[in-house]
Design a protein around this ligand. Structure first.
Ligand SMILES: [Zn+2]
Length: 641
């Protein structure tokens, strides 16, 4: 989804926010919270855990000039325990007239917890495949954040839905828990015959009926989360094309004025370029047996990644890109809880990074884009990418432009820096193809485990710092060059928020020589006031930190410091450098001859000796690996390389 993203960016960059806007927004937030607190749970309704929702068939009448839905939803379900009643997520504000089961009417109740409870005449045993039909008619629940939108375009009415996150239940009885996708869905919508209906999946038929009516039938055989079920009804031009590496349908339902706008049509044509980029970097398009497409809809300033058919209000390339990326990350793999919404929005934002870098921007434009993203992220010192339970009812926090979208996307860029492009994109492909998540759900910890499986790298510390933790680091880096041309660095950092005590990170440094030579150095920053020594073979004139904006930081400095070796280490501080070391360990802050011991990480004494100030410890014959050096009752970890 992209609506609140723009809103938040607007908020961040406006110097003065009109007071009226804030109060309206607060009002909206309190309405939403009050409303959603009536739901039994945001992520998983415990009352619907006893069945698997396998298929739904919606057969409804809709007139885009009337705020009303009437018809039936038939649900096929498989019980996983004995059931005497069945629950659906469904508003109590949209009246159910009857529930039919094998030709008979059942007792039911519409609960204020936004549930429909239906009682069976006799208990159904476990492992029963059965179905019921719910008949309802009325105005969709419009009591807070609506999911049913009426509008006009060029004087012609448009009726559309946008249910994310909790709004599917506002207009049809379903199961919106984030652990069970609806395996198949049929949407049969009857309308006055002058309108077209766009929706998920494949167009099966359009049938003209008596009384100037038309029945439009869409079917999807891909599992779908309830919030991704959507339609848009209006006066559309239908454009059928093909797209993708293996050429599958590309279907656009556009207003006539959009169709007549060559600039917009060029952007829609460009979707093919984005599709190819994503297929090459994320894997095959997930819904190619049906289609990809766009339907224009009646929600101003918004766009939404409805499965196989994104809903659009405008066609900027960034919006086209974002919604398309969601087909892999959001639709094929859906966040397993709303706390994990960054797995949808951060990934779609990273899709924008990818397209900007590879297609839309030159290098300097891309660097400017990244600088802007970084400014958004660091405009406040705190806030986590992961959403706390206490914020699940708070839609502006859930869809925080700064955290869920921009920081979520940038965190993926940092992973790309740490892993390298090849391993990173292979990771994304592995994740998108993993049968445990594909056409299903994944949580933050699932993605973290996928990184371990795909790359062998444990990202626990990284996730603690960047997903669950808050804020960003500010680095102070000093450098000089030894007579033998070795580059020496002293690195320190502060954190903007106390939730992270230290950001462990490989730091990107680019050095340039007097004859234009360049070298790219990586400082494995694992502790404060860390010293590094890197061999080099040219005289350096310029040193640049975070030269491709690989990592999130703010107000960092990198400066030449001739007195680095003495000044930068405080009187009482004991330091060991370089670390990692290849042959000789230096110590700072040891003032008299002292005994030292070197231990392996499993506690074995490897060697001992005496260290005298201004001497070094020869470690050239140690095996590669991590060790502890014990001196003056202090212990230091170092890595022999
Ligand atoms: Zn989005």
């Amino acid at each position: 989804m992209k609506k609140i993203y723009f809103l938040m960016i607007f908020l961040l960059f406006s110097i003065q926010i009109p007071a009226q806007f804030i109060s309206e927004n607060k009002d909206l937030m309190s309405k939403e919270m009050g409303r959603y607190q009536r739901m039994i749970d945001f992520n998983v309704n415990p009352n619907t855990l006893n069945y698997d929702l396998q298929y739904q068939r919606m057969e409804v009448f809709l007139d885009p000039e009337v705020f009303q839905i009437s018809g039936t939803v038939t649900s096929h379900f498989l019980t996983n325990q004995n059931m005497s009643s069945i629950y659906f997520d469904f508003t109590n504000l949209l009246p159910v007239s009857k529930v039919t089961y094998h030709g008979t009417d059942l007792n039911f109740q519409q609960l204020t917890t936004k549930e429909l409870k239906v009682d069976f005449p006799a208990s159904l045993p476990s492992n029963t495949l059965d179905s019921i039909t719910i008949h309802y008619s009325g105005a969709p629940d419009n009591s807070g954040r609506t999911s049913f939108y009426m509008g006009t375009h060029d004087g012609s009415p448009v009726l559309s839905t946008l249910s994310e996150p909790y709004g599917a239940q506002n207009w049809f009885p379903t199961k919106q828990s984030m652990n069970d996708k609806i395996d198949r869905f049929d949407i049969k919508i009857t309308t006055p015959n002058q309108y077209s209906v766009a929706s998920n999946g494949k167009l099966m038929s359009e049938t003209f009926l008596p009384d100037n009516k038309k029945l439009t039938f869409w079917r999807t055989n891909y599992p779908m989360a309830a919030y991704l079920v959507a339609f848009s009804i209006g006066n559309f031009n239908k454009i059928n094309d093909v797209i993708g590496n293996r050429s599958f349908p590309f279907v656009n339902y556009l207003y006539p004025s959009t169709n007549a706008n060559s600039g917009v049509m060029d952007n829609i044509e460009w979707t093919k370029t984005a599709m190819t980029l994503f297929e090459n970097h994320f894997g095959t398009y997930p819904f190619s047996a049906e289609k990809y497409g766009h339907m224009e809809f009646a929600v101003n300033g918004a766009a939404m990644e409805h499965q196989t058919m994104s809903s659009m209000n405008s066609f900027a390339k960034s919006t086209i890109t974002h919604e398309l990326a969601h087909q892999w990350f959001g639709d094929k793999i859906t966040c397993g809880a709303w706390n994990d919404i960054w797995l949808n929005e951060g990934f779609a934002t990273f899709g924008e990074h990818l397209v900007n870098e590879k297609n839309l921007m030159n290098h300097s434009e891309f660097m400017t884009y990244l600088a802007n993203q970084m400014n958004v992220i660091t405009s406040q010192p705190n806030g986590s990418v992961y959403v706390d339970d206490s914020d699940l009812a708070n839609i502006p926090v859930l869809f925080s432009g700064r955290l869920t979208y921009v920081k979520g996307g940038y965190v993926l860029r940092m992973m790309k820096w740490i892993l390298g492009d090849e391993a990173f994109y292979q990771l994304l492909k592995d994740y998108a193809a993993n049968p445990a998540f594909a056409y299903s759900y994944a949580k933050t910890e699932d993605f973290k485990n996928q990184i371990l499986v795909s790359t062998g790298r444990d990202f626990t510390v990284f996730f603690n710092d960047w997903i669950y933790g808050e804020g960003y680091p500010t680095y102070t880096i000093k450098w000089n060059q030894s007579a033998n041309l070795d580059m020496n660095f002293w690195v320190s950092q502060t954190q903007s928020d106390p939730s992270v005590s230290f950001f462990e990170m490989p730091l990107p440094v680019k050095v340039t020589g007097s004859n234009g030579e360049t070298a790219f150095l990586v400082l494995e920053n694992t502790s404060n006031a860390q010293l590094f020594s890197k061999p080099l073979n040219f005289q350096v004139v310029n040193v640049e930190f975070n030269y491709e904006k690989q990592i999130i930081e703010k107000n960092s400095t990198i400066a030449f410091d001739n007195a680095l070796s003495t000044e930068s280490v405080s009187e009482n501080e004991v330091m060991l450098f370089p670390n990692p070391v290849s042959d000789r360990l230096n110590m700072k802050g040891i003032k008299k001859t002292s005994d030292f011991e070197i231990f392996s990480t499993d506690g074995k004494l490897i060697r001992k000796g005496k260290y005298s100030p201004s001497q070094t410890i020869d470690v050239s014959r140690l095996k590669v690996g991590a060790y502890f050096l014990k001196i003056n009752a202090k212990s230091f970890k170092f890595v022999k390389e």
